[in-house]
Ligand binder design. Structure first.
Ligand code: NAD
Ligand code: UGA
Length: 358
């Protein structure tokens, strides 16, 4: 099977490409506009990587879609600080440009695997009714749970709304034109190559793991937004990729016109607990003399992100569908998920330190 990966140079894309190359079953073509991460696997001569922009290089992308059997679309702005800073850019890339890919797939009658997000679920019903979601651990189910967004003035939701509209468009084409698609809703994957460390990148506002890892290596404070009271359930990238590969393989076409949560309900934690656990694992497994001892402090959401941020209070995946259709479940618990992700960043950092002192 010929697999076309769009956005293959990002965190999920590189990990998925690496696995597809290791399996050696499918022919993989990868495209992106950033080479930094994919260069880590470019020694593999089977990798066919092309620098192409889905919004500008439409003719080239269209040709690649026509030549493929399945298209996996990972292209998006996927970082909450961007949803607040550049909501129009998020709408444009995550909806308008992605819709072009949908149209290319429809025209060429190719199966599309579209990356959506767990953020489409929005806030919990408990929060919407003024209750504390701490007392209501209700998992999100793909084809049952209502999707509840905050008000328009909280423009963080433009990301989730753009992704949700794209899902609804795919569903509509499935009904009208028998378009073949599968939708993936990832729940907080972490692992090697997630985002970047701000102290190494000259600043920026990545997702939470990278901020906390930066704190442990460079001594910046671990900032708990609004006290870190909200929950996330983390999945190790290798487990997530294992599910993605099963969706690509699509046994007996079971994944056609289906939405899948990929997540690990057992790995749920508040962000405050996550910070403490990261610090504990770092101290036990990786700390060396001279490493900093970062403070854990609380900051307001407005101070951290600016106006227009509203958090998802709790999101627990129900993964029964991935289990029954694909016989998939995660293998890594939260400690192992953090440990393996941390190991990648610590090793990279130590190599840099050694090179500096040499
Ligand atoms: P990422 O930012 O690491 O990867 C996105 C990639 O898209 C980047 O490499 C970027 O260069 C590329 N890209 C951006 N504009 C492009 C363009 N015009 N043409 C070609 N490539 C372009 O993000 P990720 O974490 O790997 O996420 C991948 C997908 O999964 C996204 O759709 C995201 O919304 C979704 N998702 C991820 C998570 C997660 O846990 N990481 C959770 C929910 C949803
Ligand atoms: C992110 C992005 O929206 C998407 O990539 C994706 O849809 C989703 O993750 C996912 O991975 O499933 P979010 O979980 O809110 O959403 O992103 P993070 O930046 O990792 O934030 C997680 C939590 O930590 C939030 O409550 C945030 O306020 C908090 N946070 C973040 C901190 O307390 N401190 C920080 O330094 C950064």
């Amino acid at each position: 099977m010929k697999v076309l990966l769009l956005g293959a140079g990002g965190f999920i894309g590189v990990n998925l490409a690496e696995r597809l190359l290791a399996d050696g079953i499918h022919e993989t073509v990868a495209i992106d506009i950033q080479e930094e991460k994919i260069s880590e696997i470019s020694h593999n001569s089977a990798l066919k990587y092309l620098h192409l922009d889905i919004s500008k290089d439409e003719a080239e992308v269209d040709k690649l879609v026509a030549e493929s059997d399945v298209v996996v679309d990972l292209v998006a702005f996927a970082n909450p600080s961007l949803y607040v800073e550049d909501p129009v850019g998020v709408y444009d890339l995550n909806f308008t440009q992605n819709l072009k890919v949908v149209d290319q797939c429809r025209r060429h009658k190719k199966r599309l695997i579209q990356f959506s997000t767990c953020e489409v679920y929005g806030i919990t019903a408990a929060k919407a009714f003024g209750l504390d979601s701490r007392d209501h651990p209700i998992p999100f189910i793909e084809d049952e749970t209502p999707l509840i967004m905050g008000p328009v003035k909280n423009h963080r939701w433009i990301y989730a709304c753009a992704k949700q509209l794209l899902e609804r468009v795919l569903h509509a084409y499935g009904i009208r034109d028998d378009f073949h698609y599968s939708i993936i809703r990832p729940f907080n994957f972490i692992g090697p190559r997630i985002d970047y460390l701000p102290s190494e990148a000259g600043g920026g506002n990545p997702r939470v793991f990278s901020h906390f890892m930066n704190a442990l290596l460079y001594g910046t404070p671990m900032k708990l937004v609004d006290g870190g009271r909200n929950y996330r359930a983390y999945t190790y990238i290798d487990d997530a990729v294992d599910c993605m590969v099963r969706i690509i393989d699509n046994p007996n076409n079971i994944c056609d016109k289906q939405i899948y949560n990929i997540g690990t309900p057992e790995n749920e934690t508040t962000i405050a607990e996550f910070a403490r656990l990261m610090k504990q694992i770092f101290d036990e497994e990786f700390k060396q003399p001279g490493d900093p001892d970062p403070q854990i402090i609380s900051v307001s959401a407005e101070e951290f992100y600016g106006k227009g941020y509203e958090d998802c209070d709790r999101r627990i995946p129900n993964v029964d569908k991935a289990r029954s259709h694909l016989n998939w479940r995660s293998k890594h618990d939260l400690r192992s998920t953090i440990y393996h992700t941390m190991k990648y960043f610590v090793n990279k950092h130590r190599v840099k330190q050694t090179a500096k002192t040499a």
